[in-house]
Design a protein around this ligand. Structure first.
Ligand code: AMP
Length: 222
């Protein structure tokens, strides 16, 4: 099952991706996480990406495409992948399509309003150690500032500052939203209402996957 999670920042791609990873045993590949790791490690890739990320802009297509290609050719993606945050431009989508047997089978667009995006991103906290996602309004950790899973320190991402949030949303509308039409034309597109509770959104996500992909695979075997 090769899935793309699409949608504006704050729509819940990371959270739904983590749940899908558990449910279907497929690796969730978040380009944002990979880039943040590279920045933390001060690698060449990280140095190339850091300034753009802090400004809320996109990292160059070439850098991100190479990073994703390297990742999806790994053994653990043999049965599929869940892409979170990639593609973000038509160019990236085209390069992903060129991977032949590794090209995506289904796109889930998690839709939320701009207001919800701003509210969620402002309240988001992530674990500096394991990357778990919290929200100080809706999904509070048991101990303030401490990750429930690994007890790592919770931090606010640099790009969750108000002016950077606004910039990221503008970038989404200009470069990423056109992917909706792109994948509609290819009949891979499905939209999900992302405004509800995590569990409700996840139920909708699973029902689409079960119908579209697993249903198809069952049909092929009978
Ligand atoms: P995310 O964690 O998905 O919100 O991504 C954080 C930041 O990483 C984005 O604002 C971009 O600067 C960069 N980034 C992540 N994915 C991509 C991508 N597919 N193309 C370009 N830049 C990306």
């Amino acid at each position: 099952m090769r899935i793309i999670l699409l949608g504006p920042p704050g729509c819940g791609k990371g959270t739904q991706g983590q749940l899908l990873e558990k449910q279907y045993g497929l690796p969730k590949i978040s380009t944002g996480d990979l880039l943040r790791k590279a920045v933390k490690e001060k690698s060449t890739l990280g140095k190339k990406a850091e300034a753009a990320m802090n400004r809320g802009e996109l990292v160059s297509d070439e850098v991100v495409v190479e990073m994703v290609k390297e990742r999806i050719y790994k053994e653990d993606c043999r049965l599929g992948y869940i892409l979170d945050g990639f593609p973000r431009t038509i160019f990236q989508a085209g390069r992903l399509e060129e991977t032949g047997p590794l090209c995506p089978q289904l796109v889930l667009d998690i839709e939320i309003s701009e207001q919800t995006a701003v509210e969620r991103l402002s309240a988001r906290r992530i674990c500096s150690k394991c990357g778990a996602i919290f929200n100080i309004l809706a999904k509070m950790p048991e101990k303030e500032g401490v990750c429930d899973i690994c007890e790592g320190k919770l931090i606010q991402r640099n790009d969750d500052a108000p002016d950077v949030i606004r910039k990221r949303l503008r970038v989404y509308f200009e470069y990423t939203k056109p992917l909706i039409e792109y994948y509609r034309k290819r009949k891979l597109y499905h939209s999900v209402n992302g405004e509800g509770k995590v569990k409700v959104v996840f139920a909708e996500v699973c029902s689409i996957l079960d119908k579209e992909i697993l249903g198809d695979e069952i049909n092929k075997t009978v």
